[in-house]
Design a binder for this molecule. Structure first.
Ligand code: S3P
Length: 434
């Protein structure tokens, strides 16, 4: 077994009450908002995955003071909107599309020049989707023809507000434009025809920047003062999804995950699993720091395949790899379409999932915009190429829990980007991942 390989063996049932690390989207945004506020913000429950720690390092290089105290809370001393300083070197955003796109938005309206780069996965992902709207503020971008990283951003000295209709349903692009609008006089408007996760809208309001919503328009008034806040980050519903599917497909399981984010723009997988016959219940529903939260109880269930509604895609865009795993144990066919965006995630998640599923003996058909997975006797025994994609690694390790022979992820270290502790949490519940 190579150093970074992780293998998952068939297991009996998963049982227990647990929590999972903090929400990745909210963690990035809490650090950014804290860094742009005046005074000290304190964040608890921050995801300490590589992606978010990369954003913290970038913000420190831009002048914010960020540290963790001995009780595990993160303190951020912000520089105020407009207060970012020129960093000394390039900002390496590692594997994180959210980190780099949001940070480009922040920098685009500060009069500084910043080089952004990343790992082999991130440097092959499309960035024109943010550089095009951010140029309209007056920022300048230089890099290669393809518009991929590394890219140098020369932020606008005198930014102008923009009105921009999103050509792709992307919360990252929406948020980049909203963040650029913070240091721009006047009103910046994003027009969003297909709703995507609204963590930025919620956290802007929470930090005292009024965001007005008008049908499909999101309006941000620039130069508002951000008030430092205390923020509690809920557990990540996308990380919880791996546990939920693992419990649903392994006979006899009964697992409760505490304090999970239930933002309606993130819960598409839960709706889909319930439509498929999944036994999932939500307890102790509440609101915390502007976000919906609940405890989720999930039990082993006999699933049936469905046609997943295409308009649900934005609310479960990160969950299709793990839905494929649930679909392999669902009676009949599960059809997943309208997913072109999956091809430009950390990997091309359509082709990587299809190849890996076939290698494990799962019946799957690839479409340009998705896949159809049928109930299968999962043979396993494959070594999956994870292509620097955490969700590919975790999905196949969950599939290994019901396969005849073990399934191996060629590089388990990528899981650290979003779900530190994945292996321990799974094994404590009864899985056999090593
Ligand atoms: C995210 C938005 C989504 C998602 C990513 C996190 C965010 O990307 O896939 O993991 O925090 O805004 P897109 O906005 O590109 O769909």
């Amino acid at each position: 077994m190579k150093m970074n390989q992780l293998s998952s063996n068939k297991c009996n049932c998963l049982n227990g009450i647990i929590t999972v690390p903090g929400d990745k989207s909210i963690s990035h945004r809490s650090l950014i908002m804290g860094a742009l506020a005046i005074g000290e913000s304190i964040v608890t429950g921050l995801l300490e995955g590589e992606d978010v720690l990369g954003t913290a390092e970038a913000l420190k290089a831009l002048g914010a003071d960020i540290y963790k105290d001995c009780s595990g809370s993160w303190h951020i001393h912000g520089v105020g909107i407009g207060g970012l300083k020129q960093p000394e070197g390039p900002l390496d955003m590692g594997n994180s599309g959210t980190g780099v796109r949001l940070m480009m938005g922040v920098v685009a309206t500060h009069p500084i020049s910043v080089i952004f780069t990343g790992d082999d996965s991130l440097t092959s992902r499309p960035m024109k989707r943010v550089t095009i709207p951010l140029s309209k503020f007056g920022a300048e971008f230089s890099g290669n023809q393809e518009g991929t990283l590394p890219i140098t951003v020369k932020g606008a000295r005198n930014p102008l507000p923009i009105r921009y209709e999103l050509p792709v349903a992307s919360a990252q692009v929406k948020s980049a434009v909203m963040l650029a609008g913070l240091n721009t006089p006047g009103v910046t408007t994003v027009i969003e025809k297909i709703p995507t996760r609204d963590h930025s809208e919620r956290i802007f309001n929470y930090f005292g920047v009024p965001v007005s919503l008008n049908n499909e328009e999101i309006n941000v008034t620039g130069h508002a003062e951000l008030t430092a806040q205390k923020m509690a980050v809920p557990a990540d519903p996308s990380s919880a999804s791996f546990i939920i599917v693992a419990a649903i497909i392994t006979e006899g399981s009964d697992v409760t995950i505490k304090n999970v984010g239930m933002n309606p723009a993130r819960t598409g997988l839960f709706d889909t699993l319930i439509d498929m016959g999944g036994n999932i219940t939500f307890e102790n529903k509440r609101q915390e720091c502007g976000e919906d939260v609940a405890d989720i109880r999930v039990k082993y269930s006999k699933l049936k395949g469905i046609i997943v509604p295409e308009n649900r895609a934005p609310s479960m865009i990160d969950e299709y790899p793990i839905l494929c795993v649930a679909a392999a144990s669902a009676e009949g066919e599960t059809v997943m379409r309208g997913l072109e965006e999956l091809r430009v995630k950390e990997s091309d998640r359509i082709s990587v999932m299809v190849k890996g599923l076939k290698d494990c003996g799962v019946n799957v058909i690839e479409h340009d915009d998705g896949m159809t997975v049928s109930k299968s006797d999962v043979e396993g025994g494959a070594i999956i190429k994870t292509h620097l994609d955490h969700r590919i690694a975790m999905s196949f390790l969950v599939l290994g829990m019901i396969s005849e022979k073990p399934i191996t992820a060629d590089d388990g270290s990528v899981i650290e980007t979003s779900f530190p502790g994945f292996t321990n949490i799974m094994n404590n519940l009864g899985a056999s991942v090593s």
